[in-house]
Write a protein that binds this ligand. Structure first.
Ligand code: ATP
Ligand code: MG
Length: 345
């Protein structure tokens, strides 16, 4: 059976990168997939604590994340929407997978290396002090593998930054099958066309919830004025004479805005989009981009406000409790097979 699984960290309100790169696909599966396809979406709170969070913040962010997932149109009657920490099987499977995952392989994960401040070329950690770095930060791709495998997912829609972790997941499946026999399907990576939306203030970095500069991202709940302001100050170049052209190498900031504009409309003909703005000043172009973003966020925004104003915490709690119960059943089916395969049962 086809099972689509994906997760998002409750580290803040999702941004346009999360939406175009991942969440938009999540909602579209509700229309494109047949009833027999399982759709499972997880708020991965155990991943969020790999950098310590204040309890009150984490609680608030989890609530905001759930509200956003509902506001973008995920239907809890069609999908399983749940919180990772409410389904302990995720952590149990992680431990089991840890026992067959090599530390060398994990230390080569780009995301880990970037947390260490190590460049792509380096393969050794020896010259950096790993003394104070936390084990959870190092091993979190194994938890991610467990998230996917515990639901025996066949397809995982993510942004490009997660592609490497998905490769690791498939390697872990190989190792598990080699040691204990076949239990899991090999999960395929589903990349959306907008697989890497860049930061507005530093277009060499991807847009991120946890980046320190709030102007680097457009939140799904930003007001129209806030969107206009952030786009207005988005970093572009001063190659004024070139007009509006698409050139991700030479003009990354401008090209990112062109891509955002195109992706919102489901287009990928970036050069052509740029040519439609030929002759416009950057100021006017940016206003058009902001308008386009605002138009596409309008219904999400109003639905978010409706949920927060008319539905109480009780409603959100009920959604997540019911989702987590369904997720626990899905996970337990797998864990029985896993425990049997290992001889734990
Ligand atoms: P954090 O900075 O806390 O890691 P994040 O913005 O990277 O936050 P995640 O919760 O880690 O968001 O990722 C959720 C999903 O959004 C993943 O599938 C990830 O690949 C995707 N995603 C994140 N940032 C982008 C981006 N800039 N462009 C496209 N997809 C993205
Ligand atoms: Mg991330």
């Amino acid at each position: 059976p086809k099972t689509i699984f994906s997760g998002i960290q409750p580290t803040g309100v999702p941004h346009l990168g999360n939406y175009l790169g991942a969440l938009k696909q999540w909602t579209s599966f509700q229309n494109t997939e047949t009833e027999s396809t399982k759709l499972i979406f997880c708020i991965v709170d155990l991943h969020a604590i790999t950098s310590p969070q204040k309890a009150s913040n984490l609680r608030q962010w989890k609530k905001e994340m759930l509200t956003t997932l509902l506001a973008i149109g995920l239907n809890p009657d069609r999908c399983i929407i749940f919180e990772q920490s409410r389904v302990p099987a995720h952590s149990e499977l992680m431990w089991i997978l840890s026992c067959i995952s090599s530390t060398g392989r994990l230390s080569r994960m780009t995301q880990w290396k970037s947390k260490l401040g190590i460049s792509e070329e380096h393969h050794s950690l020896e010259d950096k002090s790993t003394e104070t770095l936390k084990l959870g930060l190092f091993s979190y791709p194994v938890l991610q593998a467990a998230d996917i495998l515990v639901h025996r997912a066949t397809h995982v829609p993510v942004g490009e930054d997660q592609a490497q972790h998905l490769e690791l997941t498939r390697d872990i499946v190989g190792a598990f099958h080699h040691n204990y026999g076949k239990v899991f399907p090999l999960p395929a990576t589903l990349l959306s066309p907008a697989k890497r939306v860049m930061s507005l203030s530093d277009p060499t970095q991807k847009m991120s919830k946890s980046a320190p500069d709030p102007k680097s991202r457009i939140l799904l709940t930003d007001s129209p004025t806030s969107v206009q302001g952030k786009i207005k100050v988005a970093l572009t170049d001063s190659l004024e004479t070139y007009g509006i052209t698409y050139d991700p190498q030479k003009r990354p900031g401008l090209s990112n805005l062109i891509e955002i504009y195109a992706h919102i409309q489901g287009r990928e003909d970036f050069e052509h989009v740029a040519s439609e703005f030929e002759g416009l000043t950057k100021k006017v172009f940016k206003e058009r981009v902001a308008d386009c973003i605002n138009e596409s966020l309008e219904s999400i925004r109003s639905e978010y406000t409706r949920i927060t104003e008319t539905e109480g915490d009780g409603f959100l709690e009920k959604v997540v409790r019911e989702g987590s119960a369904k997720a626990a059943n899905s996970a337990e089916e797998t864990m029985v097979k896993v425990r049997e395969a290992l001889g734990l049962l």
